[in-house]
Structures are given as structure tokens and as C-alpha cells.
Design a protein around this ligand. Sequence first.
Ligand SMILES: Cc1ncc(COP(=O)(O)O)c(C=O)c1O
Length: 476
Amino acid sequence: MSVSIQEDLQQLAEILEAAKDAGAAYLKELPDRATTSHPGALNWPALPENGSGALNTLAQFKNLFYPYIVASSGPRYWGFVTGGGTPAAILGDWLTSVFDQNAQLSTGIGDASALLEIQTGKLLLDLFGLPENFMGSFVTGATMANFTGLAVARQWAGQQLGQDIARDGLRVSIPVYSAAPHSSSLKALAMLGMGSANIEIIPTLPDREAMDVQALLEKLPADPNQPFILIASGGTVNSVDFDDLAAIAQLKQTRNCWIHIDAAFGAFAALSEKHAHLLNGWKLADSITVDFHKWLNVPYDSAMIFTRKEHAVYQVQSFQNSAAPYLGNPWEQFSYLNYVPENSRRFRALPVWFSLMAYGKAGYRELVENCITLANEFGSRLLETDYFRLLAPVRLNTVCFQPDPQKTNGLTIPELLNELNRDGLVFMTPSVYKGESCIRAALVNYRTTAKDIDIALTAIVKAVEKISNLKKASPL
Ligand SMILES: Cc1ncc(COP(=O)(O)O)c(C=O)c1O
């Protein structure tokens, strides 16, 4: 049966109803849905000459692919750093597709979506307790936020040396320092032509992922006027360690430096009275990365780069579209397309605005405190089993641990994760912390409860006992 776009338009209300039913059914069963799937070879249909319309395609999708969608937005998906979507965020996100705006504000008329983006940026500054001299721009994720912040930093450094890098290319070498940068910052340096290897890695403090600031001081250029970029961690991915941002910010008094903080999820420590001190000094940074598809619990893809307003000139120099007169003069009319990599931009502010307004500061404070409490509980209970050891203290929302080989018959991390992923009750990802293999459990989802900690713990103990007993029975 073939169905035309015009025919589908006639039954749009029915189609949206079907989307609502499919979405509601999925979200209802999400807590019980598996966190892994094993699709094997799928029998993909070829591109049809005549399409079957939206409703038939939905039915086809349900048969073919739906069973393999994993509960990555559910309460026990603790791999990577993976949030979910609050009800209000999903509402805003669905409407983002319905409204289909291109958030730019290039001409001051004909596009209001960027006004909501400006306002949402202000609400976020308020949420994090950051001053209004930062400007926020939505990008797709922390990787692009790091890219954007470092692009502006690069332009700033070039100008200090009398070079317009965005216009003339990279002809100077700019020192970049960091202690435990996220891989996405190295990727950003590669994309910026600065080179992912052209970063000086500063030693960390003993048993920490935080920068040894004294060691940094010893490495800095002899010439105090030499511009350099410092990539600071506002929460490392393995142990959620924070550089001493206050000590680093002090550098700005004596050195010519740009401080970029990757606070992709660590920024949310600002919402916890007990943990906000971890970010002391971050207000003095030049640019800050924060992800929203992590701990803010809005759907992919959503993050913000905060840049100091006084650096707008370097940001516009880096991202301007001055060769297109129809886009307006970047120096006269504000438009996001002169501030970030993309020209056309999804209305990303909408889900964030909906969720912030729906749950407020108190709702987000509670969400953050809940994840921190549960991560601590998971860490303590792993230790109580006697099968595990923690590689770092639980500083915020992430547990970094490994099986004790003495007590588990030499159980390896791949063996344990493979066994856990067979059942799909909880998902965690492997990593390497200071040269040692480990598992990370990062809790940022608003749905996670104490019951989920019980389920995960039972599953992990069962997996350990099953494999270590098997190994005992056949030691080879
Ligand atoms: C500290 C940090 N920075 C950057 C990223 C990259 O984020 P995204 O995948 O949203 O680009 C992550 C992802 O986990 C992260 O934890």
C-alpha cells in the first residue's frame, strides 16, 4: 500500500496520537527494560519506490528495531555519563520538532526562538550561581562546547601575538596545559589544527586526578606575557576529581592565560550545598563547558558553552558568517550563528526551559543530591560484599571500582561486564584509572532510586559468584 505525504497530512492528528501512545508505552516500561540488547544481523528493508506512510512505517519499525532499543534513559544505565529526559523536557523536545525553528535571531525579525535561548542561558547561570557576565550558547554536547571554548581561546591567544588565526590560519604555537583532560578536549584541539599531542600534561597530585598546581607553575613559559591556554577539570570522568580552580584562577593575576573549564557534569556540584566548594574559583574562568543531556536530564543533544561577554569579539571572529550579506552584519546584529560552529540550529533551548521552569531550583537540587547519595551507597555496599575495591573515593556521583582478584578467583573486568550485560539489569562501562582497569558507575538519572541500587548489587554479586565459581571449578 502506498501513502503520499498529503494523505499523511490529512491524518496528522492520528499520527501524533500514535507517537504519543508509543512514547507513553515505552516510558512506562523503561525501568524494566533491558540496559543491553543483542540485535545480531537485522533484515533491513530496502528503500521503497512507494512509501507506506507514517503509521505503517511505525508498525514496521516496532517489529524490526523497537525490541533492540536499550533503556539508556532508564534508572540503571550507569555507563558513560548518561542522563534521561524529564517529563517536561520530553514535552519541550517533542514541541521542538513540531515548531521546527532555526534558532539564530539574525535579523531581529522573523525568529523569536533565540530570545528564549538567551533567557534560558540566564536561568542556567542562576541555577549554577554563575555571574551574568557569561553568555551561554547551545551546542550539541560537551565535545562541541569544548571545541567552541577552545576555538575562542585560540583566537584570543593569536590576538595576543598579533595574529588573526581565524582569518589567516594557525602560524603560531600556543602552549596548552592540562592534567587530566577529557578525550573530547584532545579531539577539539585536533579539529582546531592545534594538534591533540600539542598539550603539556601536568602531573596530578598523589592518588588524585587533580592537577598539581605547583608542577604547573614550574612548567609555565618563562616569559609572563606569553599567552597560554589552561584546560581545567571541573569533574574528571573516572573519579570526578576537580582541579583546584581557585588556585588556577589566581594565575590570571600574574599570567596571560585563558582558563577553560570542562565541567560537563561536575557543574552540577554547584547545586549541592556540601559539594559546591569543589567549584570555588570557576566564576573567574574564561569559558566553561556544561552538558545538559547528562545531569540536567534533557534528551540528546544538548550542552552549553559559557563564555565571558568581554570575549565576544574573539568568539565572533572565530565563528562569524561575514561572507553572507543575507545573514546580516555580525558586528551590528546579534545572531547565534556568529557565535557557534553551526549556522542552522535546532531550538535546543525549549526542552531545557521547560524542565527548568517545571522543576525549578529545588527540583534540580533534589535530583543532584539523590544521585550523590545513591552513588555513595552503591560504593559502600560494593565494599561490604568484600569482592570489590574502590580505586578512588566517591567524590560526587561516580563509583570507580574493580573486582579484587584475590577474592574473585582472578575475575577480569571484561568477564564480569559480559556476564552483567547478558541480563541487562544494569549497565556500566570499563575504563582505566591511573593505569589500572576499572569499572565506572555514573549516576545522573532522575529515575534512579534505592531499589535500583539493590537490583544492581544483587545482579553484580550474582555475576561475580557465577564466574568465580566457574573459574574455581576449572582453573584453566
Ligand atoms: C568531562 C566530560 N567532558 C566532555 C564529555 C563529552 O561529552 P559529549 O559526549 O556530550 O560530547 C564528557 C562525556 O562524558 C565528559 O564526561
